[in-house]
Design a protein around this ligand. Structure first.
Ligand SMILES: [Zn+2]
Length: 137
């Protein structure tokens, strides 16, 4: 695996299962067992009822683009080799939003409400990043 020079996620004890799941290509999100709220990003407590009685569920990995931007130029950073790239907010089928990249298509083809599914980018031995690609129907 080639050297990865971009910033890496900071793992917390409560986000460890999420990152371990990504490594196995399982897209895990939390669900409160007391009030049934689906939760993303990983938290120690339910943001609605403050319960710590949270479970991990396997998400479908499918969602729709809520909003996005195409990054064409930026001051020199570790992400320069990726230009242009898409940063998107994705509504997951389970009812939570997450920010990620849309890959596997031309940035100009991305649009709001586009159906996407997760794909895992294995960047290091420890980390796989969940990114999204268009669902071709
Ligand atoms: Zn709750």
């Amino acid at each position: 695996m080639k050297e990865y020079k971009k910033p890496l996620p900071q793992i917390t004890p409560w986000s460890r299962p999420f990152w371990d799941g990504c490594k196995r290509e399982q897209f895990l999100i939390q669900k409160c067992q007391d009030c049934q709220k689906v939760i993303f990003y990983p938290k120690m407590f339910c943001p609605d009822c403050l319960s710590s009685n949270l479970e991990w569920i396997k998400a479908s990995g499918k969602g729709r683009v809520y909003s996005y931007m195409v990054v064409y130029s930026y001051q020199p950073t570790e992400f320069e080799e990726d230009l242009p790239y898409v940063v998107a907010i994705i509504d997951l089928e389970e009812g939570v939003r997450m920010m990620s990249n849309i890959i596997g298509c031309n940035p100009e083809d991305v649009h709001c409400d586009m159906n996407v599914e997760v794909i895992f980018d294995h960047i290091t031995d420890e980390f796989s990043l969940p990114k999204f690609k268009p669902i071709i129907s």
